[in-house]
Design a protein around this ligand. Structure first.
Ligand code: FPP
Length: 241
């Protein structure tokens, strides 16, 4: 977990890629077409991130609540994730990107899970951008699973109640190898956090933009990064003169 040193640039940017459905509906298209367009934006942002000092990029691809959508949309999204992994694996590897997934893989289909495992293995030793894809991710679900594992370790006598600390909890989360996000961007006008990294982002800066994810550009990301860098991050302390 990140300490409270002043962070001068956004090491870790996390993105809630919202507005795909509305973007498509507004154009008389089915919602899935918005997600398809959204994949192009993921590609743009992944390619651009290292040029702008971003070492860690985390994107919210599918939440634990997204199962409530129509079967058609859910299946379409799952197929899109498979297509993205198959189509993008070689390029991500060539670009030295290390890909990891967070979230509960249990409910995902076997094919998707094995593609996710393969992509993680393929890119494991890459040293460039650390891309984390949150897939069937929910912050409360992640914390619940972590608490379950902590309770199990306690029951086995591996940890004592007094060992429980913020650091320990962080170590049990899916994000144990990531620094906390510095900046969370949410597209498409909604000003809520929707169960995305609630533990990790408690000191993150948030930027909400009205742009729908399929229309998001690298130029806008740069504008947001500039805005972020002008913010005074105090982490509960007093401003440094
Ligand atoms: C939210 O928009 C977006 C999603 C639930 C899916 C995000 C997925 C992608 C961008 C596809 C590609 C991702 C990867 C990592 C390959 P919404 O559908 O809730 O939009 P709405 O609020 O307008 O309905």
């Amino acid at each position: 977990m990140q300490n409270t040193d002043q962070v001068t640039h956004a090491d870790h940017v996390a993105v809630i890629m919202d507005g795909n459905g509305r973007w498509a509906t507004a154009r008389g298209l089915e919602r899935l077409k918005g997600h398809v367009k959204g994949v192009d934006r993921v590609r743009d942002v992944v390619r651009a991130a290292p040029k702008f000092g971003i070492d860690f990029l985390t994107v919210f691809a599918f939440s634990t609540e997204n199962w409530k959508r129509s079967e058609r949309e859910v299946t379409g999204l799952m197929n899109l994730f498979k297509r993205y992994i198959r189509g993008e694996a070689a390029t991500l590897d060539e670009d030295n990107v290390r890909v990891r997934f967070i979230g509960d893989r249990g409910p995902l289909d076997r094919k998707l899970r094995s593609l996710m495992d393969e992509l993680e293995r393929l890119t494991e030793t890459n040293t460039g951008l650390k891309l984390t894809i949150a897939l069937n991710y929910g912050g409360r679900d992640e914390i619940t699973r972590a608490v379950g594992r902590i309770a199990k370790a306690a029951k086995m006598g591996m940890i004592a109640p007094e060992d429980v600390s913020e650091q320990m909890i962080s170590n049990f989360l899916d994000t144990s190898e990531l620094p906390d996000p510095d900046l969370v961007i949410r597209t498409s006008g909604e000003c809520r956090t929707s169960n995305f990294l609630p533990w990790q982002a408690c000191y993150a800066e948030y930027v909400f933009t009205d742009t729908a994810w399929p229309d998001f550009t690298v130029a806008e990301m740069v504008k947001i990064l500039t805005q972020f860098r002008a913010r005074d991050r105090r982490f509960g302390a007093v401003a440094l003169k």
